[in-house]
Write a protein that binds this ligand. Structure first.
Ligand code: SAH
Length: 219
């Protein structure tokens, strides 16, 4: 598997970062993390020419990877620092987890499809990302063996934040997740858990694939 790195790819990546800045992404650490991840590696080869376009792209198992500006907005909202332990629910291609791996101490990512997890893990190895691990499982249950987490990112939509995720979040922690009905417009939410109480901030309207209970039986 090639990392897709070459002069042309470098130029594309610079233009990509400029495009994110033009779309209002200001967090320098997030822009740097996105500059470090070669997005073509995470994209179906047939869609290679769209790898740096600001569009959502289909991935295996009927799933979708978000457009880069949304990845950036969600990552900004998560306010990740170098000491943080981060859980991502919804590995998909592994792209967002790879971005997070450049910002956090550790990233654990979980998906219900074994084939997606296997491919993502291979991509992490190709890139030499040692602080990110992908698991097969039901992310609605979180990852009790790896909890607690400073930050939790959910990249699939549900009506409510799963209780297990709130339980596995440290005080002072943040969850970013799309909430709303499946196959319709949802709201991207930033949830903060403090000793003194919980706050919810609605960020923007989004459309994500649904969070589906249980690990997938096939694939
Ligand atoms: N973050 C990904 C895109 C994720 S798409 C990327 O950067 O490419 C949403 C993913 O959530 C899908 O891969 C889907 O299989 C997964 N998913 C849905 N329900 C899940 C669950 N209960 N547990 C774990 N993963 C789930």
């Amino acid at each position: 598997m090639s990392t897709g790195e070459g002069d042309g790819e470098q130029a594309e990546r610079m233009a990509f970062i400029l495009g994110l800045r033009q779309r209002g992404i200001r967090d320098v650490a997030v822009l740097r993390a996105m500059e470090l991840v070669p997005r073509p590696l995470f994209v179906d080869p047939i869609l290679r020419r769209h790898a740096y376009d600001d569009v959502a792209l289909p991935i295996a198992c009927g799933q979708t990877m978000s457009q880069p500006s949304l990845v950036a907005t969600m990552t900004e909202a998560l306010s990740v620092t170098a000491e943080h332990s981060v859980l991502e629910v919804g590995t998909g291609s592994g792209y967002h987890a790879a971005v997070l791996s450049h910002l956090a101490a550790r990233v654990v990512t979980v998906d219900r499809y074994r084939s997606l997890v296997t491919e993502a893990q291979t991509r992490f190895e190709v890139l030499g990302l040692r602080n990110v691990t992908a698991f097969v499982g039901d992310g609605i249950q979180g990852m009790p063996g790896r909890a607690p987490f400073d930050r939790i990112l959910v990249t699939a939509a549900a009506a409510d934040i799963p209780m297990a995720l709130v339980d596995q979040l440290k005080f002072g922690g943040i969850i970013v997740m799309p909430l709303g009905p499946p196959e319709e417009v949802q709201t991207l939410v930033r949830y903060e858990k403090a000793q003194s109480g919980r706050t919810r901030t609605d960020l923007m309207k989004v459309r994500f694939v649904p969070l589906v209970p249980g690990a997938a039986a096939t694939l």
